[in-house]
Design a protein around this ligand. Structure first.
Ligand SMILES: [Mn+2]
Length: 281
């Protein structure tokens, strides 16, 4: 696939800093032919809603421009708040063409809090709610398409740490969730393929948002919110290598934190996903 890498160097929306360093670190690990050409940095020390809105809007426009140039955007976070920008941009592109978006969200967490329900106040725990039309209004209304995602077109995979308030929202909306125990029962290959096939029948294009804390921390120890168990990274790459690239519109990889990594294990997983994406199709 003709992939264009975009860096989202932001970590102000996480409880712990460091994830903003991933795009720059990754450029040292990737070949000259596969570099992150554009790194958007959130430089303000404050976690200010209007500044963040501008940042996510810039990211959304960079993603949309990439799609208009017929390239596949691959966004490298940063904390998972970058999803607000990434999928607002993808959604806008498809909305302008009367096409629908499905999203597979790989994560240990649901990321579906609002400011009212959040225990920590960290915005990286809210992006999926925002994309579904809930939470901070300034983010919900980035660009024109609203909501960015319809609940029946979203599938979560790998969930094993969440608060009741966000589970309540997703259950109310009828969002499909594969918990970690579903993966233990069925295997990641079956879960991922089932999610992909169900969405394929319903939507024009499918996106993939990967929070690396969705994987078992023995593969990805360098994350700010570590949760035991999780998806076997090698089994995931096996199934990912076989997806229908015609249906895939964009990929995002978030929450890798170089300052918490062990022997670059987590960043090497990010590199593996980038290379696998480039080889698709
Ligand atoms: Mn996440």
């Amino acid at each position: 696939m003709d992939v264009r890498l975009i860096g989202a160097a932001i970590d102000k929306c996480a409880g712990i800093s460091g994830a903003a360093g991933t795009p720059e670190m990754l450029n040292k690990m990737l070949s000259d032919s596969l570099q992150i050409s554009q790194i958007l940095t959130y430089a303000d020390r404050r976690n200010n809603i209007l500044l963040l809105k501008d940042y996510f809007t810039n990211l959304a426009n960079a993603v949309k421009d990439t799609l208009e140039e017929l390239k596949v955007p691959l966004i490298i976070g940063g904390d998972h708040s970058c999803a607000i920008g990434t999928w607002s941009g993808v959604s806008e592109f498809l909305y302008n063409r009367n096409q629908s978006l499905g999203l597979i969200w790989i994560d240990a967490h649901m990321d579906s809090h609002t400011l009212q329900t959040s225990h920590s106040g960290n915005i990286h725990g809210m992006p999926l709610a925002v994309l579904l039309g809930y939470g901070i209004d300034e983010f919900v209304k980035i660009l024109n398409a609203t909501p960015k995602l319809r609940p029946e077109n979203v599938v979560l995979i790998g969930i094993r740490s969440y608060e009741p308030e966000e589970a309540l929202l997703l259950d109310k909306l009828g969002v499909k969730i594969y918990y970690n125990y579903d993966i233990s029962d069925l295997g990641i290959a079956k879960v991922f393929n089932d999610a992909w096939h169900v969405l394929s029948a319903k939507v024009d294009k499918i996106g993939l948002s990967i929070d690396v804390d969705g994987f078992d921390p023995k593969f990805t120890p360098g994350v700010g919110t570590i949760v035991t168990d999780g998806i076997d990274f090698n089994q995931f790459i096996d199934v990912y290598n076989k997806i229908d690239a015609n249906k895939l519109i964009a990929v995002e990889i978030a929450e890798a934190n170089p300052s918490l990594d062990e022997q670059n294990k987590t960043l090497n997983c990010v590199v593996d996903i980038v290379k696998a994406t480039q080889k698709l199709g």
